[in-house]
Ligand binder design. Structure first.
Ligand code: SF4
Length: 370
């Protein structure tokens, strides 16, 4: 790999954990979120001591699970982020790492491995090799794994790790061990600020609001809900295909699998299809709607935002009730209506929320665009 960083030439005697932490500061890391665990606690301690007055934020989270989810959020905003832990702590992070991989976000994770299953011991070990390289969290993904063999590489691999993570938009793990983390060796550190950085186009940094204000995004369509086997569900694919090129589709839950394999392209680098997650994550879609309403100082119903919900008697119930609780009107629902809705309840929903059954895709699209 081409190395672009410059070294100062100044040799220091440092522990592996300290060299790793110092290299992260020199690599212009924006934020570190972590939780202490032997034998990697020096990473957090070093950063807490050294970052004040230099670039970056360091935060001791309440747990490893909190740390990795802070990494997820900050990486989504385009920040250069890092965490570190040791074997049992890395196990606690697996779901978060899987989410970060699914969201195609870059981050650096150091595993300073210790021995044994369960909580194990504090002795150095290389027992996490298979977890790091072959497995980890659920789903079809792999980490990019770098395994240093010296304190010098503990520092160098921070730069390589950030570079690879940002190039491939994937979490990178530095797989070290307690011996290397605690061992002192001569190290020549890269020059501070020698790893170029820019906010990526996909980062959630307020670009969407700017694009709406500039007239580049005309309308949003939230196409969400469960999928099912009943005929008529091609409606949702057709609606997605009809969405004009200057509009953005937000997807939520399983209904999206009917059309999310299509390439919808981008608007000024913003993807035209933004997935907010599965049924359990519909809160994200609602938060986006509320954030847009706050940004434009209006109600959610006044936004250029249309809701198209594919019904099935599963968690679409929760999605619909959440939308109704927020007072959202004009939801299009289909291909069937909820079985539990009696004629009186239906009348109430139509009168107070203007809920409508789905119709012809072309006609519905024209109405939604008003
Ligand atoms: S409940 Fe969730 S997982 Fe099941 S079909 Fe609905 S969206 Fe999919």
């Amino acid at each position: 790999m081409e190395k672009k960083e410059k070294r100062t030439g100044e040799a220091k005697l440092m522990k592996g954990n300290e060299a790793f932490a110092e290299a992260a500061i020199r690599a212009d890391m924006d934020a570190y979120f972590g939780y202490p665990i032997t034998p990697q606690s020096e990473v957090l301690e070093y950063l807490e001591r050294e970052i004040p007055g230099r670039h970056g934020l360091v935060l001791q989270a309440e747990s490893e699970i909190a740390s990795i989810n802070m990494i997820y959020g900050a990486a989504g905003a385009g920040a250069r982020v890092m965490t570190s832990s040791s074997s049992p702590g890395i196990s606690l992070m697996q779901e978060g790492i899987s989410y970060i991989a699914a969201a195609q976000l870059p981050c650096l994770i150091a595993n300073i491995v210790r021995g044994g299953p369960g909580l194990g011991t504090i002795q150095p070990s290389q027992g996490d090799y298979f977890q790091a390289t072959k497995g980890g969290g659920h789903g079809d993904y792999h980490l990019i794994v770098l395994a240093p063999s010296s304190v010098q590489e503990m520092a160098d691999f921070v730069f390589d790790g950030f570079r690879l993570a940002e190039k491939y938009r994937n979490p990178v793990m530095i797989l070290s061990d307690g011996a290397l983390g605690q061992m002192m060796e001569k190290v020549i550190l890269p020059e501070e600020g020698s790893l170029p950085k820019s906010v990526p186009a996909w980062a959630t940094t307020g670009k969407v609001i700017d694009a709406v204000k500039a007239g580049k995004i005309r309308h949003f369509f939230l196409i969400g809900g469960c999928d099912g086997a009943k005929p008529g569900r091609n409606y949702f694919t057709r609606v997605a295909e009809l969405v004009p090129k200057d509009c953005v589709i937000l997807t939520a839950a399983c209904g999206k699998y009917r059309f999310n394999y299509n390439d919808f392209g981008t608007i000024d680098g913003i993807p035209r299809l933004v997935d907010t997650g599965q049924c359990n994550d519909c809160y994200s879609a609602i938060k986006i709607a509320i954030a847009l309403a706050e940004a434009f100082k209006c109600g959610v119903n006044d936004l250029p935002l249309s809701f198209v919900v594919s019904w099935y008697e599963q968690k679409a119930v929760a999605i619909l009730l959440t939308l109704l609780y927020l007072g959202i009107k004009n939801i299009r629902l289909g291909p069937s209506l909820p079985a539990f809705v009696s004629p009186n309840v239906l009348n109430f929903l139509v009168e107070n929320y203007n809920i409508k059954p789905i119709g012809e895709p072309e006609k519905d699209m024209a109405e939604m665009l008003g």
